[in-house]
Design a protein around this ligand. Structure first.
Ligand code: UAG
Ligand code: ATP
Ligand code: API
Ligand code: MG
Length: 486
């Protein structure tokens, strides 16, 4: 049990009604999860308004209501706390409830359109290699030391974040590396998390369905840096056009990394091959297991972060050269002389980077066959662009379903097809069923060819009309082994 006024410490209040010394059992922000003597935080969402569920929360036993707008009729036994911003209040209250775990950890948040999971996972793996007990909050999975806690979001909700950070502290973690998605930043899921540093990887086209305009999307990322404390660091990719924008209003120490423009941490690519990357970092030549220029950025950002966290650069490079990166990111599987690459590229920029990387490392005579789709109920404007990029940078393309969610798969595919130049029609096919599409690519491929299967990476399901069916691109590629060895 906690006392209400203690968990409201540092929350911006407008007004209060009732007893502030009440003992409360839990904090909830979903009326369906209310338990006796809990605090219900009413948040206005994208689909419904939590304020409409205040009565239901009271019926189920909530004894405190935290809201932005007070109900017209108030109940005499209930405490009402009117706040400026319920979503932000939730994060701060959750932090107080779990006794501010972030003050006992070094937490670094990674934001950017692409590279968040890769960067956070590399940091996790690096710090484990260096002997630390580490936590990770990522799209693929959450981790507390070795324990895996399945992830439902790239960045969990505010309450779950604090609960996970508490578990990390209790498990002896010293560091936590986490992704901060733009949705999470806007929805204040990271409010109440005290950061030691934040990293900006890059920004390109995505999520315009949610943010409305590219400017709003940039603002969402910038908010993370605007809110950093004075004693933290703000590390940006100096080669990204919007990198400096992130630093405009931050109180944190400004740091940068890059391959092209002047930066605090610099590297040069010496070799970029299917076997890995060789980089020159401060006169030291080091091989890494990851592939492609974009991974040179991820590696450099990780090295810079480790140094800013006080680690020795030479030791960092030795350990970093051993790590693998995140699942489903440029995962190579060899079958019957064909190289299949499963990659989570689900934005135009990521797809272009991956295909340009493949173009850069191919030997010349082989075909590059790309299987790609776009998710339903997500930014529609990226569909034609991704299809165009796929056809321009591949020899053959099969457009297929990703997670259609509640949309008609064929309607998504028609929107993708609209981006294909007429000259590229002859190399483009549409196969709605993703399993069939992957199999067809396998049948079309000859020895030496490269098949890129983009968009779903580590995902182990395909979401169709509200149902998540088991589906794993990597498993389907493995099924090809029997098919092609016949
Ligand atoms: C669009 C979006 O981001 N939505 C997130 C948001 O939900 P919402 O605003 O839609 O909530 P809502 O359904 O309108 O409900 C509003 C409030 O009423 C409450 N409610 C609702 C119903 C009820 O009966 N009782 C009740 O109290 C809800 O608990 C909520 O507090 O807040 C919820 C709680 O944190 C999230 O689970 C939910 O994620 C949805 C499921 C989602 O799909 N989000 C994706 C787009 C997302 O967040 N993706 C990013 C990664 C993107 C990327 O960079 O690639 C991520 O971080 O995962
Ligand atoms: N630094 C980078 N710049 C551009 N593209 C990248 C970069 N790092 C990875 N990618 C590409 O983007 C894909 C997604 O990478 P990753 O999962 O690390 O990004 P993310 O930001 O976590 O994505 P999400 O927002 O979906 O969680 C990779 O599979 C790869 O194709
Ligand atoms: N975090 C991203 C992941 C997209 C992955 C892709 N496979 C899709 O389902 O669209 C999102 O929720 O938009
Ligand atoms: Mg991610």
């Amino acid at each position: 049990m906690r006392v209400l006024k203690d968990i409201l410490y540092k929350v911006s209040l407008n007004s209060t009604i009732g007893n502030m010394d009440k003992e409360i059992s839990e904090i909830v922000f979903d009326s369906r999860k209310v338990v006796k003597d809990s605090v219900f935080v009413a948040i206005s969402g994208t689909i419904v308004d939590g304020h409409d569920f205040i009565d239901t929360a009271l019926e189920k036993g909530a004894s405190v209501i935290v809201c932005e707008v007070l109900p017209e009729k108030v109940d005499a036994n209930t405490t009402y706390v009117q706040v400026i911003n319920s979503a932000s209040a939730l994060g701060i209250m959750a932090a107080n409830y779990y006794e501010n775990p972030s003050s006992k950890l070094k937490i670094v948040a990674v934001t950017g359109t692409n590279g968040k999971t890769t960067t956070a996972t590399l940091l996790y793996q690096l710090f484990v290699e260096m002997g630390y007990v580490v936590g990770l909050l990522s799209t693929v999975e959450n981790k507390i030391n070795d324990e895996i806690i399945p992830a439902t979001h790239t960045t969990p909700d505010a309450l779950s974040i604090q609960a996970l950070l508490r578990k990390m502290v209790d498990a002896g973690c010293t560091h936590c590396f986490m992704e901060a998605s733009s949705h999470a930043i806007v929805q204040e899921r990271t409010s109440g998390v005290r950061l030691t540093g934040a990293i900006f990887t890059n920004i390109s086209h995505d999520h315009l369905d949610y943010h409305g305009t590219f400017d709003e999307y940039i603002k969402a990322k910038k908010k993370l840096f605007d809110e950093l404390p004075k004693d933290s660091f703000a590390l940006i990719n100096a080669d990204d056009k919007r990198g400096m924008v992130m630093l405009q209003n931050t109180k944190a120490t400004r740091q940068s990394f890059g391959l092209k423009y002047p930066a605090d941490f610099k590297a040069k690519i010496l070799t970029n091959a299917l076997e890995g990357l060789e980089l020159d970092i401060n006169g030291k030549q080091v091989w890494f297991r990851m592939i492609g220029e974009f991974n040179a950025y991820n590696i450099l950002g990780v090295m810079a972060t480790a140094v800013l966290l006080g680690e020795d650069e030479d030791e960092v490079l030795v350990q970093l050269s051993k790590v693998q990166g995140a699942q489903g990111r440029f995962d190579k599987i060899s079958i019957a002389g064909i190289t299949a690459i499963v990659d989570y590229a689900h934005t135009p920029d990521a797809l272009e980077n991956v295909l340009k990387t493949i173009q850069g490392v191919r030997s010349g005579g082989e075909q590059v066959i790309t299987v790609v789709g776009c998710g339903g109920n997500r930014d529609k404007t990226k569909r034609p662009i991704m299809a165009k990029i796929a056809t321009q940078l591949s020899d053959k393309v099969i457009l297929t379903s990703d997670n259609p969610r509640n949309e008609e798969p064929m309607a998504i595919l028609r929107e993708m097809e609209a981006g294909v130049n007429p000259v590229d029609f002859k190399k483009t096919m549409i196969i709605e069923d993703r399993r069939e599409a992957i199999k067809t690519a396998g049948i079309m491929a000859n020895k030496g060819d490269i098949i890129l299967i983009a968009g779903k990476g580590h995902e182990t399901y395909q979401e169709i009309k509200g149902v998540k069916y088991p589906f794993d691109d990597r498993e389907i590629v493995k099924e090809l082994i029997t098919l092609l060895n016949k």
